[in-house]
Design a protein around this ligand. Structure first.
Ligand code: GLN
Length: 517
């Protein structure tokens, strides 16, 4: 077929489907609004009600603000589960992303208002909007490639650059806007940028013709019925016992902790039961094994983010209070260190992806599971620099910022080995009719990681930073090594999902609906 005869969704740019760049830009604007608003959130909540140049804040204590922040950042990702289900069952990924983008515009728009009801409503809408958009746009990226297309991993790395470009721009720009025009102008900017994302997505539809569509099932095989799955729970005493034990543990959590944790545990019980029923329902051992290995890989995901997400918390505070930030007579603001991760991603994403792709073509070990385990180890090593920083601080009362730069560098390389890789891995292994749900479960796992990070970070006030940082190094490196030790049996469970990846020609590679498994 001559290239002039290609339809828009078959065309390529820099060797990738053009649809990738539409999703890249949409996600870039969405992440700008998310990270921009996130950067302001705690500061806005803790600013006094009489306010400063930036206007009145909410006057909350640090503890109150951090508690809401922790729940908010977790819920944003946990909502990806219902977001994924809605796409799988009702409207497909394409419409779910559209709906999510509209809800996000409303959410950020409402935050421009100064009333407290607007604050809670805005946050609620952002949680719903991200839940609809984030998992489904990621699944759509996978939908651009056929099974076995070697460009898929690289496509996800490019998409990941979009995420971080949005985050980098936001962290560099939004502070200045707030300093000049106040908090609500900052929230407004996030809203305007989200409108750009929406326009961009709608305008690019012709490049996304083949992906993310909802295909109503004509037969029973493709129908997703969560109600039916739950009702099957009652068909075997073993399953019921398992769900019952989880539920009892959740209720105990509710009793001994607070209602927020209780609700979360009950929700997790419902999800765990659903996953168990999906596993039972899958009709071949290949599907079952792939599903299982995907869930096992999510353990790595929780551990990774549980350590990595110290960035916004403990490491952020460490930067503020224990680090010498003077550079040529200028004190670098603490927030600026938050841009290092996004900046490093933009520099290294394609390099890391190319290194892996080359290794794979040479037939060397480059499976997603290996990359993910290695990612944990590399990130864990990054904390070694924080150990050095803490040792220097204990000796001299201050520590050099070079440790932070090195730590963030290692964290970023680790992130590049795990995060875009996991996104791609899900689109290869998830059963097609549960693809969006599984993406949602993945993001929920990262959300749980965020919560774990908060809990670990808080314990630093009791045990001291040196102990916490050293503990993270030891724990993560051991976990990473353990996964590498069991790599062979784990890989066997993928049943060669990644073994036949190769360079596909134009006609072969045109858009399709996820892995044909
Ligand atoms: N930084 C990435 C993003 O914003 C990872 C988020 C996550 O997986 N929790 O998409």
């Amino acid at each position: 077929m001559a290239s002039t005869a290609l339809k828009p969704h078959q065309k390529e740019l820099f060797g990738q489907p053009i649809g990738l760049y539409i999703l890249f830009l949409t996600e870039m604007w969405e992440r700008f609004s998310y990270y921009g608003m996130r950067a302001l959130l705690v500061l806005y909540m803790t600013t006094q009600t009489i306010g400063d140049d930036r206007g009145a804040g909410l006057g909350w204590t640090n503890q109150e603000a951090l508690a809401l922040y922790g729940w908010y950042t977790m819920l944003v990702y946990v909502m990806s589960i219902p977001g994924g289900m809605i796409a799988d069952k009702l409207i497909g990924q394409k419409k779910a992303v559209l709906l999510g983008a509209i809800v996000l515009c409303l959410g950020h728009g409402v935050l421009v208002l100064t009333d407290i009801w607007a604050f809670y409503t805005g946050l609620g809408l952002v949680i719903l909007g991200v839940g609809l958009l984030k998992p489904n746009i990621s699944t759509m990226v996978g939908g651009l490639y056929k099974e076995g297309d070697i460009r898929r991993d690289k496509g996800f790395s490019i998409f990941y650059i979009g995420i971080n470009l949005g985050s980098l721009l936001a962290t560099l720009i939004i502070g200045g806007v707030v300093a000049k025009w106040g908090w609500h102008a900052g929230f407004g900017l996030a809203g305007i940028v989200m409108v750009l994302g929406l326009i961009n997505y709608v305008a690019g539809q012709k490049y996304l013709k083949e992906v993310g569509n909802f295909v109503p099932s004509k037969n029973d095989v493709n129908e997703v019925s969560y109600g039916k799955l739950y009702s099957k729970l009652f068909s075997s005493p073993k399953q019921l016992l398992f769900a019952g034990i989880l539920l009892a543990a959740s209720l105990l959590g509710w009793y001994y902790m607070d209602w927020g944790y209780g609700l979360l545990f009950v929700f997790l019980t419902a999800i765990a039961s659903l996953l168990m029923m999906i596993y039972k329902e899958l009709n071949t051992q290949v599907f079952k094994d792939r599903f299982l290995v995907l869930l096992l890989s999510f353990i790595m995901v929780i551990i990774f983010w549980g350590a990595f997400e110290q960035a916004g918390g403990l490491m952020n505070l460490y930067t503020e209070t224990n680090t010498n930030r003077m550079l040529f007579g200028w004190e670098i603001p603490t927030v600026m260190f938050q841009s290092l991760n996004a900046g490093f991603i933009i520099i290294f994403a394609t390099i890391v992806a190319s290194v892996w792709a080359k290794r794979k073509l040479k037939g060397k070990e480059a499976s997603s599971l290996f990359k993910m385990a290695l990612g944990i180890i590399i990130m864990g090593f990054g904390f070694l620099f924080m150990v050095f920083a803490a040792m220097e601080f204990e000796k001299s009362g201050t520590s050099s910022m070079i440790w932070l730069v090195l730590a963030y560098l290692f964290h970023t390389i680790g992130e590049l080995c795990i995060s875009p890789v996991a996104l791609s891995f899900i689109t290869k292994l998830a059963p097609v009719k549960y693809a969006s749900l599984m993406m949602g479960v993945y993001f929920a796992a990262t959300g749980l990681g965020n919560k774990v990070a908060g809990i670990v970070g808080e314990s630093a006030s009791e045990f001291g930073e040196l102990t916490i940082f050293s503990g993270i190094v030891i724990f993560t490196v051991i976990i990473g090594l353990l996964f590498i030790m069991i790599l062979k049996p784990l890989k066997r469970l993928t049943h060669g999902a990644e073994e036949s990846e190769r360079i596909l020609k134009h006609e072969e590679a045109e858009g399709f609906e996820l892995a044909d498994n």
